[in-house]
Design a binder for this molecule. Sequence first.
Ligand code: NAP
Length: 327
Amino acid sequence: MDYRHLGRTGIRVSELSLGSWVTFKNQVDVKAAVEIMTAGYDAGVNFFDNAESYESGKSEEVMGAALKQLKWRRGSYLVSTKIYWGLHDGVNEKNTLNRKRLIEGINGSLERFQLEYVDILYCHRSDKTTPIEETVWAMHNIIEWGKAMYWGTSEWDADEIVKAIEIAEKHHLHKPITEQPQYNLFERTRFEKEYARVFKDYGYGSTIWSPLASGMLTGKYQNGIPKKSRGALKGYEWLHGRLTDKAKIAKVDSLGKIAGELGCSTAQLALAWCLKNPNVSTVITGATSVKQVQENMKAVEVVPELTPDVMNQIDKVFDVNKEEEEE
Ligand SMILES: NC(=O)c1ccc[n+]([C@@H]2O[C@H](COP(=O)([O-])OP(=O)(O)OC[C@H]3O[C@@H](n4cnc5c(N)ncnc54)[C@H](OP(=O)(O)O)[C@@H]3O)[C@@H](O)[C@H]2O)c1
């Protein structure tokens, strides 16, 4: 496992990391979380991602309970959480990055994790109604109080990221250091086009999500939705359309053939493809079993196999230009 600097900071993240969306509490209890996190940690993972909205805070509780059992040195790993959607319907408590909510939010997360601080605190989406100044000051204060080490954004517009950085620089405040965007073979445009300037001009980091498009890029949805899969979970029916999309299934089929020629699994090839991009600081993987973690962690070994010729073959399968025209 290699470690990449998270943007222009001194902190380094394992190139593959582990997140808890959908899985922890829903599919994975504390015992399984201990096993899954151990499999990642043993392979070199040092970054574990979470959010207050995941299973309404219960995902943080499961990860916190697992960390308590694991008794790892706090300096040996990084934990993150994210705030935006909130846990209650109050007018100041949902879909917001106001100062009160951010401060109450981090306090609640730390209580659920049973931790003194998180390493990265993200604004889970941008809030068009709260002035960015207010959010930047609140995040700065949270860092100054020692409740978070760094802060970042998730799915903010590039313009909003630049504005936040400029406000922080003007007032000598802690700047956001990393984005958390979706990036996978089906979802490339925002990462590769819109964010190009924040990577180049500001050295912004990226902790990318859904690298396997919720599991689709493993090839497990080629013959319908398996009973034991994310696609079959209650509450995730909104994924069905894309998991059964014939054009996407055909692309995964072709990707599987390239993987076969390289002697790796389709999942490993899809993850290695994300790792190949130097603007990716870490690929946040998700898993419901130790077996999946073990398979996914071996993706690092596939990266050297991705020659320009293989990358061209993959581009051709995913019809990059055609997708751009469609958008
Ligand atoms: N910032 C944001 O807005 C945002 C949004 C989404 C996610 N995230 C973060 O990104 C992390 C990763 O996202 P994700 O879970 O969507 O990642 P993903 O890699 O696209 O999907 C992970 C899921 O695919 C299946 N899977 C993984 N490896 C497999 C393998 N080798 N073989 C077969 N199936 C496999 C598992 O589901 P089943 O076994 O249930 O099929 C697993 O839970 C999240 O945990 C979260 O921390 C952030």
